[in-house]
Each structure stands twice: as C-alpha cells, then as structure tokens.
Design a protein around this ligand. Structure first.
Ligand SMILES: Nc1ncnc2c1ncn2[C@@H]1O[C@H](COP(=O)(O)OP(=O)(O)OP(=O)(O)O)[C@@H](O)[C@H]1O
Ligand SMILES: [Mg+2]
Length: 259
C-alpha cells in the first residue's frame, strides 16, 4: 500500500493530484486515507465533500480537549510536561470523514515554533501520521502545505516517496530542487516529479530538461480549464475532468513501477 506525500510550490496542483490519486485507488477497491496536512485546508473540496460536511470538520490540531486528554497538555502550552507518544489509534476512524470510499483527515496547524517545534499538537500529529504509516493497511495520500518550511516538522518523515508537483515555470522547478534537498535531510530517498498544467510537448520537455537527474518525472497532467471550474464550484475534480483521471492513472501506474 503506497504512502505518498504530495508537495510543491503554492498553487501548482498538489491538492488536485492528491484528490485524483485518492479517487483512483478508492475506485480500484483499495482502502484510502487522504490526509490534508495543509493549514489552509482544501482537500475536502477537491474530493467533492459537500460544504455542509466540510465546514463541520475540526482539524485534529484544534481539538484541544482531545490533545489534553492524550498528551496531558493543551495546544499552545510548551515547556511543561506532556506525552510525546500519545495514544492515537482511534483517531483516524473517529475523526475522519468517509466520502465515496476515501477517508479524509484534516490535521490543521501546528503553532509557531518553526521546524522541530515540540508542542502537544505536534506530538499528536506526528504520532498520528506515524500510526497511519505503520499500522493502517491503507493507501495514504498526504496533501502537504506549499513550499518547504513545513518539512522539518517531520509529519512526512516516514513516507515511501515524495511526489513533487511542478508546472512549466522556473519557480516551481526551483522549489522542487529545494524540496529534494530537504527530503534528503529528513531521510526521504525517493522523490518523483509530476508536471502539471502542461499545454504541449514543449512544456513537457521544458520540465524534463530543467530538473536535475535525481528528480525523475513520472508523469504529466494536462492544463484543463475545467479543473479550475471544478475548484471554483467546489466539485470533485475527478467528477468534472475525466481526462485528468486517465492521466493520473498513468502516474499511479508509473509510481507502482518504480516502487
Ligand atoms: N491540470 C490543471 N489544469 C488547470 N488548472 C489546474 C490544474 N491542476 C490544478 N489546477 C488549478 O490550479 C489551482 C491550484 O490547484 P491546487 O489547489 O490543486 O494547487 P495546490 O498546489 O494544492 O495549491 P496550494 O499551494 O494553495 O495548496 C486550482 O484553481 C486548480 O483548479
Ligand atoms: Mg493545496
């Protein structure tokens, strides 16, 4: 069961790819847990979870009572004593939303303190992701926050691979290289690139030729105006743009090959 973190510069299409991959595995009958690790949560919408359900979701990091119960301290408290390996095994089932075969969890924000912050909410989130990685027999898709700063928090430390999304443009390519470096720093050896919003062969060639050899491209998603419309309407990208499902299926197949 693949355990994948999806990263990349802001707005490149991380959440779109996360939703497509979650859908593909679920459709194939696999149990899937999609984890929204972006404080600016948006995966629920990309999965087509209805607004009234999505709006009810409390991110785990905001569940003060739960965090207190499990760690012995409240979010925002630091310096005191708390458990760094709290019980989390019941959290995925109790606090996720199950929608069309995809279980979705929202992590929320870890308070300031930066990389390596040790606080009750980071202890919960880290334990939770580690638990899902090690003990739940599910495909795990982690939709990460844009950029690279969050990686130090190590919620993604144990995944099989990073899929780094880029678009035809210098900045997202630079970010991909920075992420590659940080991934190595936290022990992730496998990084693959997905080129998104490509309009032509030339775009594909641009992406391929701009990346260093340790960043192989495993697939492309075409630019499609209907993806933007799905996003605006809060509809599942896979319901609105079937062409992208087909392309994402090839990406999943390529990933299984290299795994
Ligand atoms: N293949 C595509 N063709 C056209 N538009 C796309 C494509 N993929 C994503 N988009 C659009 O680009 C915007 C950003 O996509 P998305 O939210 O998936 O990116 P993100 O990397 O998760 O962004 P953020 O960094 O804000 O989390 C959305 O409007 C989305 O619909
Ligand atoms: Mg996103």
């Amino acid at each position: 069961m693949p355990k994948i973190a999806i990263t990349g510069k802001g707005g490149v299409g991380k959440t779109t790819l996360a939703a497509l991959l979650a859908h593909i595995y679920a459709e194939a009958g696999q149990p899937v847990i999609a984890i929204d690790a972006d404080p600016a949560a948006s995966l629920a919408y990309a999965l087509g979870i209805p607004d009234e359900v999505a709006n009810q979701i409390t991110p785990i990091a905001k569940m003060d009572d739960l965090i207190f119960e499990r760690t012995g301290a409240r979010p925002g408290e630091s310096g005191g004593f708390f458990t760094i390996n709290p019980r989390v095994d019941d959290i995925p089932d109790r606090f996720s939303v199950l929608h069309r075969g995809i279980r979705m969890l929202q992590l929320g924000t870890i308070g300031s303190g930066g990389a390596g912050c040790i606080c009750p909410e980071s202890a919960i989130l880290k334990s939770l992701v580690t638990h899902v990685l090690m003990f739940r027999n599910e495909v795990m898709i982690l939709d990460m926050e844009a950029g690279v700063e969050h990686l130090g928090r190590a919620t993604a430390g144990g995944v099989d691979a990073f899929l780094i999304v880029v678009e035809p443009g210098r900045r997202s390519i630079n970010t991909a290289h920075n992420i590659r470096q940080l991934a190595a720093d936290i022990g992730i050896k496998r990084c693959f690139v997905v080129g998104n919003k490509v309009r032509s062969e030339t775009d594909q060639e641009y992406i391929r030729s701009s990346l260093s050899p340790d960043l192989p491209v495993i697939g492309f998603l075409s630019a499609n105006q209907r993806a933007v419309e799905a996003d605006m309407r809060g509809e599942a990208v896979f319901d609105v743009v079937p062409e992208l499902i087909e392309e994402a299926r090839q990406i999943a197949a390529a990933f299984e090959e290299v795994e």
